[in-house]
Design a protein around this ligand. Structure first.
Ligand SMILES: [Zn+2]
Length: 315
């Protein structure tokens, strides 16, 4: 079922190309038994690795700190996706600038590997579980751990379809990972109880935390909308500053994948209203962090978020 991973150029005459071919060849001999899986976001890169384990080779397109709303696929990305055995994307228009590329992969697998499996993680959710704002679906489903476990099921199902021989392993890995997710879910609930009900208000750079708020009982306000495509206007800053000063919200948060300047402007506006709100810390919203801080996994990043939020908002 595995096809040639890289389509070789017809006129591979230059030394550089020959070197690249040698590398390809080496990779192919080493890992010919592994399913090649391309993922868009860092959360999905981690998820694919958790479910696929040693059976797959994951290639993540977006690095840590990259904003998926704004990410455009390069020619290299497109060729990786075309030649992969499976492509996993998040969906609900999270990858807003990759819409055409993903649609064409969904439609006909495009060129390259014709047997490719295209997996949309959000397809594991029921319609009633999706949050809509003015008719636009909120794509940040990973912020509700239960919804992310549904996404994990969808990924496991897709990988098993792409590689039926190893279906039992994908299922086992899924069950194991779902247990870890359930632990994470109860960790967040327990931590949240340290914050008084009236202070469970999460103010961040953009509306990424709607699912988090619904699942764990926080009121959530973002400076920008659910995509980062639209800039926050002065009216938005002013409205939110009023809200923070009126409700004496102790802290606001920045997001690792977005510039800090908007939140600084907001804090300044709050100060001009005679109230001081502090910077609660940096949250991972649309990408995970790095191995050094243990936030390179979904679970690590989410734990970090819960700890930072609770530390800043508890009395
Ligand atoms: Zn976002």
């Amino acid at each position: 079922m595995k096809l040639l991973k890289k389509r070789l150029p017809c006129l591979a005459v230059m030394a550089a190309v020959l070197l690249a071919l040698a590398a390809c060849h080496e990779e192919k001999t080493d890992r010919s038994d592994k399913l090649t899986v391309v993922t868009t976001t860092t959360m999905l890169c981690d998820l694919a690795g958790q479910i696929g384990g040693d059976l797959i080779e994951v290639r993540g397109l977006m690095g840590s700190g990259v904003d998926p709303h704004q990410y455009r696929a390069s020619a290299g990305d497109i060729s990786k996706m075309q030649n992969a055995d499976a492509v996993i994307y998040s969906g609900l228009h999270l990858e807003g600038k990759m819409g055409d590329v993903l649609a064409s992969l969904e439609k006909n697998g495009s060129s390259g590997n014709a047997n490719k499996k295209v997996i949309c993680a959000a397809r594991g959710l029921k319609e009633s579980e999706i949050i809509y704002n003015d008719g636009v679906p909120d794509p940040h489903i990973w912020f509700d751990v239960h919804l992310w476990s549904l996404a994990a099921e969808e990924v496991a199902k897709g990988l098993a379809e792409a590689d039926p021989e190893n279906e039992a392993d994908y299922k086992n890995n899924l069950e194991q990972y779902k247990r870890q997710l359930a632990e994470l879910d109860s960790y967040i609930r327990t931590k949240t109880e340290e914050i008084p009900q009236s202070q469970r208000v999460l103010i961040t750079a953009h509306d990424a935390f709607g699912y988090f708020g619904r699942a764990y009982g926080y009121e959530v306000r973002g400076l920008q909308g659910i995509s980062t495509a639209a800039e926050a206007g002065t009216a938005d800053v002013s409205r939110l500053a009023d809200f923070i000063a009126d409700n004496k919200i102790k802290a606001v948060f920045v997001e690792s994948s977005l510039p800090v300047k908007n939140i600084q402007a907001l804090m300044e506006a709050v100060r001009s209203r005679g109230f001081e709100t502090s910077l609660g810390g940096s949250l991972y919203s649309d990408s995970t962090g790095d191995a050094e801080t243990g936030t390179d996994t979904y679970i690590g990043a989410f734990k970090h978020n819960a700890d930072v939020i609770v530390q800043a908002l508890k009395p």
